[in-house]
Design a protein. Structure first.
Length: 495
């Protein structure tokens, strides 16, 4: 610990965001460029280097947080990068996209604001690229074994990088025209600029990983034939089967899934489109779903120039502080959080019908009504209690020209035929069945990430990729020195 009294002398200070009026005019990341490094060493000083660091347990990757906090406080960036990359393949992703359960597990968070672990991680990752501390690491020799990884999201990329570095010849198959999965077409540019993704992909290419884009396994390539061509197959397709909203009026035009809306906006940023066919410009937008995907739609609609944007959350508004009885430390608490998108909606007053920001809490959708042309014009909702029962006399309608459904995902998409062609078994909730070694019932086929775990966080996705890589390496060679941070049955800390 560099400064034993750092947590007493230095208050928590986070990476400042650019002014709302400025950042909603572009798609750049919301944070002030260059404003993190001047503050981060003192923030790292706040780490107490606890005897039992619960941040390790809260992070599925087992990140060596106190170690790299101490190194950052001493401004030893090379060593900090080494310790960070020892457990995390893509810290520049998690440092921007992970909700930081490690900070909820910070011992300091028992009675004070936690260490800004996520910001420290991001600073190390960015400094590593700037200083050349993250060069390609191709294997010294090849094993002669081949692996196909299906899906190029964080799980597939982590598995591919680990297996390539272990000496196996790896090919990643991606059904989209560009790599990255939801990081490419689901995450808006203002949360993570795609240059970070491109930089890591170039590193992986230099290490020897092969990529096959615009190739849907099951449709463009027969899954059984692919299995016959490779010594092992890793299914990391994610959970892309979205949940539906079965209410009257769902068939009206103007009602779309979030993952129909967000990819088109990302394609505008990529230069594929001049304007999105589903642009929210000038429209009254209602987002059904209170999670991160809904917030991504919110920030995107604001930048589109929507006339209004409202987000519906079926849960009651949480409190500002952790409830120690129902959500004790070090679990990840459900508290009122203000994302950058919600901050923008609040300051710009995008939702006159909402409470504090764009969100309407404890609100359930009853039905949609439309105009004579069959286009949605109103969403009818009702307030609900903690058991989601409607409260009498609370029904009302709000204007809606564009409705975005952000209700989560149930499992892998079966339309491509991958699951059926391999004869994979599925769990009742729709995810792929696997054993304690990440293996499916088909010899040589493994499943990892959201496709098998179910919808989860990016940090769990990377941990799954690292763990399945160790399982595949063991299957191919009889043993493995690759780290396996989690098992298929591990879950986040809960009460």
């Amino acid at each position: 610990m560099a400064d034993p009294k750092g947590f007493m002398k230095t208050p928590r200070q986070e990476w400042p965001r650019r002014p709302v009026a400025e950042r909603v005019q572009d798609w750049d990341e919301v944070y002030v460029p260059g404003a993190l490094l001047p503050i981060i060493s003192r923030q790292a000083d706040r780490c107490m280097d606890c005897g039992v660091p619960f941040c390790h347990e809260a992070c599925p990757l087992g990140n060596l947080i106190p170690e790299w906090n101490d190194l950052v406080s001493r401004e030893d960036w090379r060593a900090a990068s080494d310790r960070l990359h020892a457990t995390n393949n893509f810290p520049e992703f998690t440092g921007r996209l992970c909700p930081a359960p490690c900070e909820s597990g910070c011992v300091l968070a028992i009675n004070q604001p936690a260490v800004t672990i996520k910001n420290v991680e991001c600073a190390i990752a960015d400094r590593a690229w700037e200083e050349g501390f993250a060069p390609p690491r191709p294997p010294e020799r090849l094993s002669g074994r081949t692996v196909a990884v299906i899906g190029s999201g964080p799980t597939g990329l982590a598995a591919a990088q680990q297996l390539t570095r272990a000496g196996h010849t790896v090919a990643v198959y991606e059904r989209d025209d560009r790599l990255g999965g939801l990081m490419r077409y689901g995450i808006p540019e203002f949360k993570m600029e795609k240059r970070h993704l491109e930089r890591r992909l170039e590193q992986m290419r230099a290490e020897g990983t092969k990529f096959r884009t615009s190739t849907a396994v099951g449709r463009d390539v027969d899954a059984a034939e692919l299995r016959a061509r490779y010594d092992a197959v890793v299914i990391a397709t994610g959970a892309t089967a979205w949940r539906e909203l079965d209410v009257p009026g769902r068939e009206l035009a103007g009602i779309h899934q979030a993952m129909e809306y967000l990819p088109l906006s990302n394609r505008v940023c990529e230069g594929d489109l001049e304007v999105s066919p589903l642009s929210a410009a000038g429209k009254h937008v209602v987002i059904v779903g209170g999670g991160d995907t809904g917030a991504d739609c919110l920030g995107t609609a604001v930048r589109d120039g929507a006339a209004s944007v409202t987000q519906l959350d079926i849960y009651a508004q949480p409190g500002a502080e952790r409830d120690e009885l129902t959500q004790p430390w070090p679990t990840y608490p459900k508290i009122y959080r203000m994302s950058a998108a919600h901050e923008e909606a609040r300051d710009l007053e995008t939702a006159p019908v909402a409470d504090a920001d764009a969100r309407l809490f404890a609100a359930s959708t009853l039905r949609f009504t439309g105009d004579a042309d069959g286009h949605v014009r109103s969403l009818h909702l009702v307030e609900v209690d903690a058991l989601r029962r409607p409260l009498p006399g609370t029904g009302r309608a709000i204007p809606a020209d564009l409705v975005l459904l952000a209700l989560g995902f149930s499992g892998p998409d079966r339309e491509d035929g991958l699951v059926d062609q391999l004869g994979l078994e599925l769990e009742p909730r729709g995810t792929i069945t696997r054993d304690a070694g990440f293996a499916t019932g088909v010899p040589g086929v493994f499943a990892a990430g959201d496709a098998a775990r179910g919808q989860s966080l990016i940090v769990w996705a990377i941990a799954e990729g690292r763990a399945v890589a160790a399982a595949v390496d063991r299957h191919l060679t009889g043993s493995s020195r690759l780290p396996a941070p989690i098992s298929p049955y591990d879950r986040p800390m809960t009460v």
